[in-house]
Design a protein around this ligand. Structure first.
Ligand code: UDP
Length: 384
């Protein structure tokens, strides 16, 4: 039995943690025992424990590669004390492999693992925004024994060609969770008339997810049918939400809805635990990231629920959604083009319903939890 130590730099839940939970759930327990390290108490602990995973708290905020790359560099490399703490922890836990679920704490954990001759794996789930961070990451992905990028877009962002140390494994979704859900519960909660077309966006309430762009496009739509827009998602983890820009974001969006006289036609739900129910009850899923989306597991979830998607053509999205086949892609950040694509969707409801059906087929063929975990386990097997 091999012990895998998963390291996650926060205890809240967003896409990275959803994918980690799927990985720990489907891990072959006859071969691997998962153990999870998080920096503080949070919802992730209960979710992991419910899967039978032992969770250990280990403060790691100080060593995180954050927005300020210069300070982070100093913190990441110079703090021998922190490296010593990690090394002591690794000696105590004696994992056979360390799997870091984010670049943010990759450097100190891989340095400590190396010292103890423990193989380490990085899971790269972000597209670094600044040139300096890109460069740093590009160099430091030599540290772990293997780096898994969640999309080709993430791998390319590092300016690297794929090589034996850097591979792409797309995230996986539990497709069955989105099947056979009794429809209606969520629409009832919203109190919608039968003929209302329900549009939906799901994701952290964080500026780069582009909810403002979505609201702008929504108010431009001139169609016959009654439309309702639901924006699902909670505030971003307090660890990342240090700036005002983040904490006031929901207020800003609500103001925008007011300014466009859309009150009553847009609903904010906050974080929800019933995404399969929500996706079953909607008519169209809309994604509006205003920075390249590294992957976007919610797109696969929408496809698993047989829903057509409208999404910007960048980042990992075109690796999931094929224009005119499983959804409609639009020019990123272009409100007019998004509105145009949405109007096209409403004028061609039968066509886009078919796209939803193809979407389910693609999700089943390419993005299952089983395939995802099988590929990650193959990485472990190569290192152990
Ligand atoms: N999610 C959720 N409840 C919410 C909002 C999001 O469970 O209220 C889930 C969503 O179903 C998906 C994940 O969070 O599994 C978001 O992942 P994605 O890759 O789309 O975005 P990220 O959070 O990584 O930017």
């Amino acid at each position: 039995m091999k012990k895998i130590l998963f390291v996650n730099p926060c205890a809240d839940i967003s896409g990275a943690e959803m994918s980690l939970l799927v990985l720990m759930k489907y891990l072959d327990r006859t071969k691997y025992t998962p153990l999870l390290l998080i920096p503080n108490e949070g919802i992730l602990r209960a979710r992991a424990e419910a899967l039978g995973v032992t969770v250990r708290i280990f403060p790691m905020h100080a060593m995180m590669l954050e927005r300020n790359v210069k300070t982070s560099l100093r913190d990441s490399f110079i703090s021998a004390g922190e490296l010593g703490q990690i090394a002591r922890l690794l000696k105590e836990l004696s994992p056979d492999l360390v799997h870091v679920n984010s670049y943010r704490v990759g450097i100190p954990f891989s340095l400590a693992s190396r010292k103890l001759h423990i193989p380490s794996v990085w899971h790269l789930r972000d597209i670094p925004e600044s040139g300096a961070k890109k460069k740093l990451l590009s160099i430091s992905t030599r540290l772990p024994d293997k780096t898994i990028a969640i999309s080709h877009a993430v791998a390319f962002a590092l300016g690297k060609k794929l090589h034996s140390g850097l591979i792409v494994i797309h995230n996986g979704v539990e497709i069955n969770l989105f099947q056979n859900v009794q429809p209606g519960k969520f629409r009832k909660e919203l109190n919608l008339a039968e003929d209302t077309i329900l549009l939906c966006s799901i994701g952290q309430l964080i500026p780069w997810k582009g909810h403002d762009l979505l609201i702008e496009a929504f108010q431009k739509l001139s169609v016959e049918q009654p439309l309702h827009l639901v924006i699902v998602g909670g505030n971003v983890s307090p660890i990342w939400a240090s700036s005002r820009e983040y904490s006031d974001y929901r207020e800003y969006l609500e103001q925008l809805v007011d300014n466009h006289n859309l009150k009553g036609r847009v609903t904010f739900t906050g974080f929800r635990d019933d995404i399969p129910q929500i996706l079953t009850d909607i008519d169209l899923y809309i994604h509006t990231a205003t920075s390249p989306e590294p992957f976007g597991r919610v797109l696969v979830e929408a496809m698993a629920a047989k829903k057509p998607v409208v999404a910007p053509n960048w980042g990992g999205i075109p690796e999931i959604v094929t224009d005119n086949v499983t959804g409609l892609l639009y020019e990123p950040k272009n409100v007019a083009h998004l509105a145009e694509r949405l109007e096209f969707a409403f004028e061609n409801l039968q066509h886009i319903t078919q796209m939803g059906e193809v979407g389910l087929k693609v999700a089943r063929e390419q993005f299952t939890a089983e395939k995802y975990v099988e590929k990650v386990q193959a990485v472990y097997e190569g290192l152990l």
